[in-house]
Design a binder for this molecule. Structure first.
Ligand code: HEC
Ligand SMILES: [Cu+2]
Length: 472
């Protein structure tokens, strides 16, 4: 016969035995539950303020849809959350994540997710393989803090990634990250299209180019210009900025750089090692970096992949616009301007493979299309309003050289121009490189120039350019 105390002791022992057997599952259920707030780049969910782990429910949807890759260029993106890069996920070290992957019924492909923040086979890929119109659930514990890439890992893996299936998940360290004023999400990736850079229309994926690792587009946040002009990220003078930088690849590594800034801190490869005073940081394909810097002066800071042709010719260019008071000690601005023309030079050629431009149906369209050609091929020298630069580049607005003989301008584009030339009474002695553009684009840009900045009007036709090109 057992005493009451003995019975209680036995009972407690049994209870604790029972609790150990299903401890893992029960403990998770005991954690407070919350739904993860997901954001679209460049936005980042707010810092986590709780001081304890939670069970975080993530609902992420895979969607296939046509979107803008560049002006006039469309692409069928495969995405997490209907956006490229996919939604930003923010959790805390020690959290248990209940992950729901929902594949939209309109999808043509099955998808899954490999989160580099997962410790387990496939990073979740096998447990999350989901057919169109289905939903999968799996759970993982965020053991290691850091900034991690996630991506689709369904065969053909390269193609799912190349079509836009990647994003970032931040596992904040238990103690949190130091407070900053602005946080942004920037992710680089490449696109391989049947047509070359800027070729208009809906562009299909090009497997051959992807295999050769020669992309037509290298972009930040999913498209050319996603972070420029009105879409630039912003800050005020004196603020501390933190960029969560990812690289979806699929192939290229990024030499991430902000022109005119020095990173005060870089969490190298998104991990716990912090480097200081860095100009350019390498972001591997399928990797990340957290960069932090204080903005001291106002202006536009250009964000690039410093493999620089990608920035100025393939789209890997973003902008950070900083407003506030000047600080002439930190940066003076231009203090003097003088002409410097070294000897030599000669006619050079800017190659831009003549591509099939959309054909203008009338003069108005010619002017419209010509404006884009001008911005991309002429404005760097002749300036946005055709005013030129005194002593270096002649004006195209009110130029007697141009207006007295518009046909001659075709020769200037085709052959370039060098040696002394007098424009509206002022002599220039520079080098204008021959321009490699299609006949259509040359006709468009010259018609645009003739009809801008109070010029006399008129039209240059594709036939006129063609005739000059063939030497008639
Ligand atoms: C790399 C700088 C540069 C680019 C780009 C450039 N030009 Fe020029 N352009 C010049 C220079 C320099 C001259 C004067 C050459 C000389 O002194 O002989 C000139 C001269 C001209 C002239 C004749 C002078 C005048 O003012 O009327 C025309 C017309 C012209 N450019 C049009 C264009 C058009 C259109 C484009 C774009 C398709 C273009 N240029 C792109 C540098 C450039
Ligand atoms: Cu996929």
């Amino acid at each position: 016969m057992k005493t009451l105390t003995e019975k209680i002791v036995l009972g407690v022992a049994l209870l604790s035995l029972a609790s150990t057997t299903f401890c893992d599952e029960e403990k998770s259920a005991a954690l407070p539950e919350e739904i993860a707030l997901l954001t679209v780049a460049p936005q980042v969910p707010p810092p986590i303020t709780r001081k304890h782990p939670a069970r975080v429910v993530v609902n992420l949807e895979t969607v296939e849809k046509v979107g803008r890759l560049s002006d006039g260029v469309e692409y069928t993106f495969w995405s997490f959350g209907g956006v490229v890069p996919g939604n930003f996920i923010r959790v805390r070290e020690g959290d248990e994540i209940e992950f729901h992957l929902n594949n939209h019924p309109t999808s043509k492909m099955p998808h899954n997710i490999d989160l580099h923040a997962v410790t387990g086979p496939g990073g979740g890929a096998t447990s999350s393989f989901t057919a169109p119109g289905h939903s999968s659930q799996f759970s993982f514990k965020a053991i290691n803090p850091g900034l991690y890439v996630y991506h689709c890992a369904t065969a053909p893996v390269g193609m799912h990634i190349a079509n836009g299936m990647y994003g970032l998940i931040l596992v904040e360290p238990e103690e949190g990250l130091p407070a900053v004023d602005k946080e942004y999400y920037v992710m680089q990736s490449e696109f391989y299209t049947r047509g070359g850079y800027g070729e208009e229309g809906l562009q299909p994926f090009d497997m051959e180019k992807a295999l050769n690792e020669i992309p037509d587009y290298v972009v930040f946040n999913g498209s050319v210009g996603a972070m420029v002009g009105d879409n630039a990220i912003t800050a005020n003078v004196g603020e501390n900025i933190r960029l969560y930088v990812g690289n979806g690849g699929p192939n290229l590594v990024s030499s991430f750089h902000v022109i005119g800034e020095i990173f005060d801190n870089v969490h190298v490869e998104g991990g716990s090692l912090v480097n200081h005073n860095v100009q350019t940081t390498l972001v591997p394909a399928g990797g990340s970096a957290i960069v932090e810097f204080r903005v001291e002066v106002p202006g536009t800071f250009i964000i690039v992949d410093h493999s620089i042709f990608r920035a100025f010719n393939k789209g890997a260019l973003g902008m950070l616009t900083v407003t506030g008071a000047e600080n002439a000690i930190v940066y003076s601005g231009k203090q003097q301007e003088a002409v410097y023309l070294p000897e030599g030079g000669g006619i050079q050629t800017i190659k831009s493979a003549p591509s099939e431009a959309s054909v203008a149906a009338n003069k108005e369209q010619r002017i419209l299309f010509g404006e884009r050609v001008y911005e991309q091929n002429c404005a760097a020298c002749h300036q946005n309003s055709g005013q030129g630069i005194a002593g270096a580049f002649p004006p195209l607005g009110g130029s007697d050289y141009l207006l007295s003989d518009p046909q001659r301008a075709i020769d200037v584009l085709l052959n370039g121009l060098s040696g002394p030339v007098t424009v509206s009474g002022v002599e220039y002695n520079g080098v204008m490189p021959a321009v490699r553009l299609s006949n259509e684009k040359m006709a468009n840009v010259l018609t645009y120039v003739l009809n801008s900045w109070n010029n006399n009007g008129g039209e240059i036709t594709t036939q006129q350019v063609a005739a000059k090109r063939s030497g008639h």
